[in-house]
Design a protein around this ligand. Structure first.
Ligand code: 3PG
Ligand code: MG
Length: 399
């Protein structure tokens, strides 16, 4: 792998040069107030932005937020992110109210050395996510016109073949930012030669989202602990009744097959917290997995499961965790996720937390981030990396 890095670019000197930085500032927003609920992804890009500012570059930052449909949509504006980024940088961030239009052009043109601009949401433009290479290319041309060099620090988006991730680096001298570099360094130790036992914890709602990574990990890991909404499809595959819990009917056979091939590496919950409804104040109880009532749904793993998973984690030397164990946003169903997170921090292991939801869970539950080895900013991206897939954003930086 021959990727040039931010340090290579800084060594060339960037004072007075315009540097276009693709960041992943796709932060969660409160649905009611629109406020940023977790600024982890903004903080994660500060080392790269700080170094460029200090070196006197004109820094032009671009990002997506949410999934707008190729046209402006105020609920997905990066405006609030510009404010927060400015607070964290300790200097105002010049916000362009469009991505490649008049506002963007004048904002970039007016930047002084060492100043930072943020362009409006990339996905307000159909060209960003287009499957058509020419349409993406036309948008990439407009973006590339704002930079003399390109830095990719958007680890959370490197698995997307999007204009700002894949096509812009083909048009400008390009390097990997500090965050992208660190993420790839850490994840490559998991695929290359993890210290054993290597234990993976997977949660989240859908088996179908995790199928490819489960297939890729099974031969590699020593233990695979499965919780979260997706455990119910596995429990069903063992012939158990799961009430009204999340169930992917068309995945039951696949799960049965995985269990058969797993050589006992897969551990499933032995007890779960079941509720009358998907609501924070729903009546709930802990039951054994062979006693889930037909009218109730599982919203968390139970204490015996936490104890069993924790015992497996306490043996581990390497841990990867992706996906909450339950609906941790509701306090009544947060104990499973909290318990597993605490077990990970207590283990004498190198631990990696993969992705958006699990990283947000660590912070939302008030856990000490520094007690984990690495908290990735990429959910889908870290999973696809572990699957061994070619990531378009990384491939574009090579050569
Ligand atoms: C993420 O949140 O996973 C990244 O920002 C990528 O977003 P996307 O899944 O909408 O492409
Ligand atoms: Mg995602």
């Amino acid at each position: 792998m021959s990727i040039r890095t931010l340090d290579d670019l800084l060594a060339e000197g960037v004072s007075g040069r315009r540097v276009l930085v693709r960041a992943d500032l796709n932060v969660p927003l409160d649905k009611q107030t629109g406020q940023i609920t977790d600024d982890g992804r903004i903080r994660a890009v500060l080392p790269t932005l700080g170094a460029l500012v200090e070196a006197g570059a004109k820094v032009v930052v671009c990002s997506h937020l949410g999934r707008p449909k190729g046209a402006p949509d105020p609920q997905f504006s990066l405006g609030p992110v510009a404010g927060r980024l400015g607070e964290l940088l300790g200097a105002p961030v010049h916000f362009a109210t469009d991505t490649v239009g008049e506002s963007a052009r004048s904002t970039v043109a007016d930047l002084a050395d060492g100043q930072v601009a943020l362009l409006e949401n990339l996905r307000f433009n159909a060209g960003e996510t287009s499957k058509d290479a020419a349409e993406r290319g036309a948008f990439a041309d407009q973006l590339a016109a704002f930079g003399d060099a390109y830095v990719d620090d958007a680890f959370g988006a490197v698995h997307r073949k999007h204009a700002s991730v894949f096509d812009v680096p083909a048009r400008l001298p390009h390097v990997a930012g500090r965050l992208v570099l660190r993420e790839v360094e850490v994840l490559s130790t998991l695929t290359a030669d993890p210290e054993r036992p290597y234990v993976v914890v997977l949660g989240g709602s859908k088996v179908s989202d995790k199928l490819a990574v489960i297939e890729a990990l099974l031969p590699t890991v020593d233990r695979l602990l499965i919780g979260g909404g997706m455990c119910f499809t596995f429990l069903k595959a063992q012939g158990l009744e799961v009430g009204t819990s999340l169930l992917e009917k068309d995945m039951v056979e696949t799960c049965r097959n995985l269990l058969e091939r797993s050589n006992g590496k897969i551990m499933l919950p032995v007890d779960v917290v079941v509720a009358d409804a998907f609501a924070p104040d729903a009546a709930h109880d802990t039951v054994r997995v062979d006693g889930i009532p037909s009218h109730r749904l599982g919203l968390d793993v139970g204490p015996e499961t936490v104890a069993g998973f924790s015992a497996a984690l306490s043996q581990a030397k390497t841990i990867f965790w992706n996906g909450p164990m339950g609906v941790f946003e509701m306090p009544a169903f947060a104990a499973g996720t909290r318990g597993i997170a605490e077990a990970i921090t207590k283990a004498d292991a190198f631990s990696v937390v993969g992705g958006g939801d699990s990283a947000a869970a660590v912070r939302a539950l008030g856990l000490d981030e520094s007690s984990f080895g690495h908290i990735s900013t990429g959910g889908g991206a870290s999973l696809e990396y572990l699957e061994g897939k070619t990531l378009p954003g990384i491939a574009a930086l090579e050569n």
